[in-house]
Design a protein around this ligand. Sequence first.
Ligand code: PLP
Length: 441
Amino acid sequence: GPAPDTGADPAWVREVDRAHLWHPYSSIGSGPAPGVVRGAAGTRIRLTGEDGVEREVVDGMSSWWSMIHGYAHPALDAAVRAQLDRFGHVMFGGLTHEPAARLAAALVDITPAPLRHVFLADSGSVSVEVAVKMCLQYWRSQGRPAKQRLLTWRGGYHGDTFQAMSVCDPEGGMHALWGDVLPRQVFADAPPAGYDAAPDPAYIGHLDALVAEHADELAAVIVEPVVQGAGGMRFHSPAYLRALREITERHGVLLVFDEIATGFGRTGEMFAAEHAGVAPDVMCVGKALTGGYMTLAAALCTAEVAQGIAEGEVPVLAHGPTFMGNPLACAVAVASIDLLRSGDWRGDVARVASGLRAGLAPARDLPGVRDVRVLGAIGVIQLDRPVDMGAATEAALNAGAWLRPFRDMIYAMPPYICDDADIERITGGMLAAARASVGVR
Ligand code: PLP
């Protein structure tokens, strides 16, 4: 059943929110009023709209791609409670604890083999900062201080902090405003679209030439493997990851995979790198790491990167967030990974994928739809125009689904526990949102 009500009057919550709270990608005092969440359990969120109407909707977003096992999961709730009975937090400088050790062991176990060392961070963006710092410092330590730039694909998204913003899509992306003050990185074209598309040798040549041209100043290539998420929900062939691995090795450049969105099964493999059978030198994880329960991310690196830094004139990585290794977050991350390892996530993701494929098929015949694509538990309807956010969100809610479209994209990344009826609600909501956006009934 639904989680117990929070008790507070939703009108009061909305009023205080309106007066004082800043929301993601918003300005104060503008935009549609947010729904007030009253409870969440399983695949459902219960919320009260501005009209005072209470709805229970299926979460097609997994709370920004993180809540893979659903809300109020008994095993995850129990993991937080059990740790809370021991201690809620302790500093990580000079101290360690079982939840962090168990998490490190689990992460090293399930990520590609060469990744051995785990730096815990509080958010995906910060794990990207740490990954970049590792790469830049590695080359400084190796007596190559000129290698301080990054190469990335256009159309990417890596977060909202300054190094992370510098490798986001430079034109259409969310951070174009900052172009003049961001570190100047090297941009390759985005990979040709299509997971199943035959790899384009000319494109691989483009990557090779660009890395070769800038090899003396490149610390690393950083990309989102297989799926470029918030930059445009684009899928590409794993062949380009194999090509990048070979190219970076040949030119002496590190390779970073940002698996913050793709990690923990979302694309149908535990990590997207596995589609290509290659391992990066540094890998970022976040989002679904804790099953969406708490804010936690990590940058993992190889022994070579860690040793290389340790050999430097300044041998320490100067990074240490106050809440590094938060025991509650580590404990729930361990429990979430245990759920993946003991359950049939592969079967669940495949079931969600086929539900999305079937449910979204009719979208191909809608006017104004440019593309419909599904990979793993990711479904996308791409329009030929910007989504009408207000109309689309409202239409989806009325169809019983919570969606958060962006730009020209109506997409879903459902919890893996969705049953067929949940997926039908989500795809129904996506179709309704598409119709509302292009003005057809
Ligand atoms: N990298 C990727 C690929 C992401 O999708 C995101 C978030 O959407 C981030 C980094 C940033 O993570 P966070 O929002 O936890 O800072």
